[in-house]
Design a protein around this ligand. Structure first.
Ligand SMILES: [Mg+2]
Length: 198
């Protein structure tokens, strides 16, 4: 009898701990970490409580061009549902940055002016769909040693310099390559793997 009494007395505590456990468990299910990589279409990604999003460009926003670069706007093709998904996220995010390696410029495949024009048109279409892009960071460096070329964290340091209120803990990077994953790791931020396969 005493045992039952003690159990009843302590039940609210158990109940609280159990609900905390459940919510932590549920949160971990939707919150991908570097240890628990998930592979999914952009539209199916749950960015959880993150308020700052870093997006890779090629293979995440637009279709990859096999062994080629997007050299002009006419070669840029949005992946399905990307504009709508960014528009949806735009309601809950403080900042959305694009971080992209574009060494085609240094290789002479396209001009930096053409790259800037591609980005201008890309942002225009995202805005027309109801979304926003805070700023696009790109690295045209040829060598992998360049501090700004992913997976090196230089572009994230630029973000932190330009937006000092950005904290690592509130950032999530979405990318389609090991380089993006390593970039996120080097920045100390969460990472979600997105596939461009429909
Ligand atoms: Mg990519």
């Amino acid at each position: 009898m005493l045992d039952i009494f003690v159990f009843v007395l302590s039940f609210p505590l158990h109940s609280f701990e159990f609900s905390t456990f459940l919510s932590t468990f549920a949160f971990n299910l939707i919150r991908p970490t570097n240890k628990e990589l998930v592979t999914m279409l952009l539209k199916d990604i749950n960015i959880g409580s993150h308020s700052v999003l870093l997006l890779d460009r090629d293979g995440v926003i637009n279709k990859l061009r096999h062994k080629d670069y997007v050299k002009v706007w006419e070669e840029f093709e949005f992946l399905p549902c990307v504009k709508e998904t960014i528009a949806k996220w735009s309601n809950q995010l403080r900042y959305i940055f694009v971080v992209t390696n574009q060494r085609g410029v240094s290789k002479g495949k396209m001009t930096e002016e053409a790259l800037v024009e591609v980005h201008r048109r890309m942002v225009e279409e995202i805005v027309d769909a109801g979304g926003f892009i805070t700023k696009i960071y790109y690295c045209t460096a040829l060598t992998d040693e360049d501090p700004n070329r992913k997976p090196n964290p230089g572009m994230f340091h630029q973000i932190q310099r330009d937006y000092p209120d950005v904290k690592q803990s509130e950032c999530v990077m979405i990318g389609d390559s090991k380089s993006d994953e390593d970039f996120a790791k080097n920045c100390g931020i969460d990472f979600i793997y997105s596939t461009n396969e429909e």
